[in-house]
Write a protein that binds this ligand. Structure first.
Ligand SMILES: Nc1ncnc2c1ncn2[C@@H]1O[C@H](COP(=O)(O)OP(=O)(O)O)[C@@H](O)[C@H]1O
Ligand SMILES: [Mg+2]
Length: 323
């Protein structure tokens, strides 16, 4: 199958003086039509920059320093600004964590949900209204005919997130990028939003790039998972199999830090040591070696990835083994 999204050797740099410090380093992955792909890693590992690089929305002072991004047959680094704007909001849409600031407090919910269609030239008011009501129903917003005229402050956090998702899918995108969309929500609403994303994926065939620091959420929602550490891809594979049999020590540590059963409610186990900052000089060896329980002398001298063709897994660890 041809990937819907192909990211090759992607490096993203943050400007410091005249230099660019690598925040994302040689990232490589594919996302297939209709799949839910998870991207997980601790805060600061480069998830959001990756999410923003794909639709060409990197912040000031941050830029792609190398690599290719191909989406739906388009080279996203070569495409014109005009075409990029057309792709965004049509075939590729995004929802971000800051749901409250993303909604305009002065605009009625209905207008904000239909806005992506209006921005792309749809003027037929009747059609806009019908599509808005339909998508509000799909996303489980109650009494849509009444709610279209409400303002964001009249909605709960969970409903605002549903409204954001409604706006993100009204154009029928092929890919929805969701960056920590449930992080600010409580566990019950988080579960509802995950189920909604799954329903959208199944019923509309929308592929999802789901980004979270929470591996537990990822393993509940995603088909495949990418694990990032310090700007690098350290493990990739089927979400269930990766969660059951992690092959990179970082993934093992991430799983170990998830509260489960009797540990629920107790403080999270944390991974000893800290993530290297982008200001630090890159070590010659494996970036995780200083925190790794299995690291040997050779791990500090160099590192390489291992692919496991049998179950299509990958781990950036010289010690990784098949289970
Ligand atoms: N706008 C920005 N300007 C400068 N540095 C940034 C900016 N955004 C992110 N960074 C840096 O890039 C690295 C990766 O950030 P980010 O992609 O936001 O991580 P994550 O989403 O995984 O928490 C971090 O070290 C962060 O400080
Ligand atoms: Mg982030």
């Amino acid at each position: 199958m041809t990937p819907l999204l192909e990211v090759q050797n992607l490096s993203i740099g943050v400007k410091r003086g005249k230099a660019y410090l690598p925040a994302v380093d040689a990232l490589y992955f594919q996302l297939y039509p209709g799949e839910i792909l998870g991207l997980v890693g601790e805060s600061g590992c480069g998830k959001t920059l990756t999410a923003r690089a794909i639709p060409g929305l990197l912040p000031q002072g941050v830029q792609i320093t190398s690599g290719h991004i191909r989406f739906n047959g388009t080279d996203m680094r070569k495409v014109s600004k005009k075409e990029l704007r057309r792709i965004r909001g049509n075939e590729l849409t995004m929802i971000f964590q800051e749901q409250m600031t993303a909604l305009n407090p002065l605009l009625k919910i209905g207008r904000q949900i239909s806005e992506p269609l209006e921005l792309h030239g749809e003027k037929d008011k009747k059609l806009l209204y019908a599509k808005t009501i339909e998508v509000m129903r799909k996303t489980g917003l109650p009494e849509p005919e009444r709610l279209v005229s409400a303002y964001p402050h009249q909605l709960s956090g969970g409903m605002r997130q549903r409204a954001m998702i409604a706006a993100a899918i009204i154009s029928g995108p092929k890919l929805l990028i969701a960056d920590e969309p449930t992080t600010a929500l409580d566990a019950a609403i988080q579960g509802q939003i995950l189920r909604l994303l799954k329903t959208i994926n199944r019923e509309l065939g929308t592929a999802v790039l789901f980004i979270s620091h929470d591996l537990d959420l990822i393993s509940r929602l995603c088909d495949r998972t990418l694990v990032m550490y310090a700007g690098r891809l350290v493990e990739a594979g089927d979400a269930q199999s990766l969660f059951a049999n992690p092959r990179h020590e970082y993934t093992k540590a991430l799983i170990g830090s998830i509260p489960s059963g009797e540990r629920k409610g107790k403080p999270l186990a944390t991974i000893p040591g800290k993530t290297p900052s982008i200001e630090e000089e890159k070590p010659a060896g494996c970036p995780f070696a200083p925190r790794c329980l299995r690291a040997e002398a050779l791990c500090f001298a160099g590192f390489s990835g291992k692919t496991f063709p049998k179950d299509q897994r990958y781990a950036l660890c010289r010690l990784a083994e098949e289970d």
